[in-house]
Write a protein that binds this ligand. Structure first.
Ligand SMILES: Nc1ncnc2c1ncn2[C@@H]1O[C@H](COP(=O)(O)OP(=O)(O)OP(=O)(O)O)[C@@H](O)[C@H]1O
Ligand SMILES: [Mg+2]
Length: 262
């Protein structure tokens, strides 16, 4: 089997960034939902493709719960949130947001292909793709179909998580997709009472990024505000969170320049 078939380009989209992990629940959707508005706040045109078909979180996180996705039978049209971010997710097409998607792998993979190939995104500076956990059909189709500019890997600083995350990093490299670096999530928590930063994991001196021999893009602490947020509306986020998101966006932009053709 040819693991790296011809990818399908979309010249209207300047950069495509995948947010991956391999491990579930480490903060991929959170990172995607912080990156997107940080770019949008700079006046850039941004979209998010929610590639998590069975566990879609992006519409909620970006404050979209009353709109429906549109399709004319041939093409799909993303829905824009308050910040003008274009969002496409299976949940925009479900009658009820808690309806389960009970499909087998090949059908899930087909939806990803459709989301990429049949969506009218218009001109975008950045399309961010929020991956589901794991290295199964959906991830494989995304890697094979979409010409990623780079991947952002999210991990919590735990040894077994690093091992699992490494699987998707290795998958990306087998599929010739550049990895920009690692976002380490929740190494510390910011105490909601006194503001002190408390270590949550003790994984020795080496962080996961080092162990994976990848650059560390950002380290995001656990914050009560993020854990409790119903949605991440940029205008309502604290200065600390905006600062963390902006630093990450800067690092991603900087890392992308290293992979751009000169
Ligand atoms: N830095 C953070 N501070 C507080 N809560 C966080 C932080 N990062 C993630 N969370 C919370 O942890 C949970 C998992 O995050 P998220 O859904 O982004 O992970 P995920 O990797 O996308 O999960 P999945 O694999 O299911 O798609 C969510 O409830 C989220 O609100
Ligand atoms: Mg997710």
């Amino acid at each position: 089997m040819d693991l790296v078939p011809e990818k399908k380009p979309n010249p209207a989209i300047k950069q495509v960034i995948g947010v991956i992990s391999g491990k579930g629940g480490v903060g991929k959707s959170m990172v995607a939902s912080l990156l997107a508005p940080s770019f949008a706040a700079r006046g850039l045109k941004v979209g998010i493709l929610d590639a998590d078909i069975t566990g879609p979180s992006i519409p909620r996180l970006l404050g979209i719960d009353c709109f429906r996705g549109e399709s004319d039978g041939e093409n799909l049209y993303p829905v824009q949130n308050e910040e003008g971010i274009k969002v496409l997710s299976i949940n925009l097409f479900n009658e009820n947001e808690d309806d389960p998607v009970i499909w087998r792998g090949p059908l899930l993979a087909k939806v990803i292909d459709q989301f990429w190939s049949d969506t009218i995104w218009g001109d975008l500076d950045y399309l961010i793709i929020d991956f589901p956990p794991g290295t199964s059909d959906v991830a494989l189709t995304a890697f094979q179909t979409i010409p990623f500019s780079g991947l952002v890997v999210v991990a919590t600083p735990q040894d077994y998580v690093t091992m699992i995350v490494r699987k998707s990093v290795n998958m990306a490299s087998m599929l010739k997709t550049p990895v920009l670096g690692v976002v380490e999530n929740m190494r510390t928590m910011v105490c909601p009472h006194c503001g002190a930063e408390i270590a949550l994991f003790d994984d020795g001196s080496q962080n996961g990024a080092k162990r994976m021999e990848l650059p560390l893009l950002a380290s995001l602490p656990w914050r009560k505000e993020l854990a409790q947020a119903r949605s991440l509306r940029w205008s309502a986020l604290s200065q600390e969170i905006k600062r963390d998101a902006d630093r990450l966006a800067n690092e991603v932009e900087f890392a992308l320049t290293a992979f751009s053709p000169k």
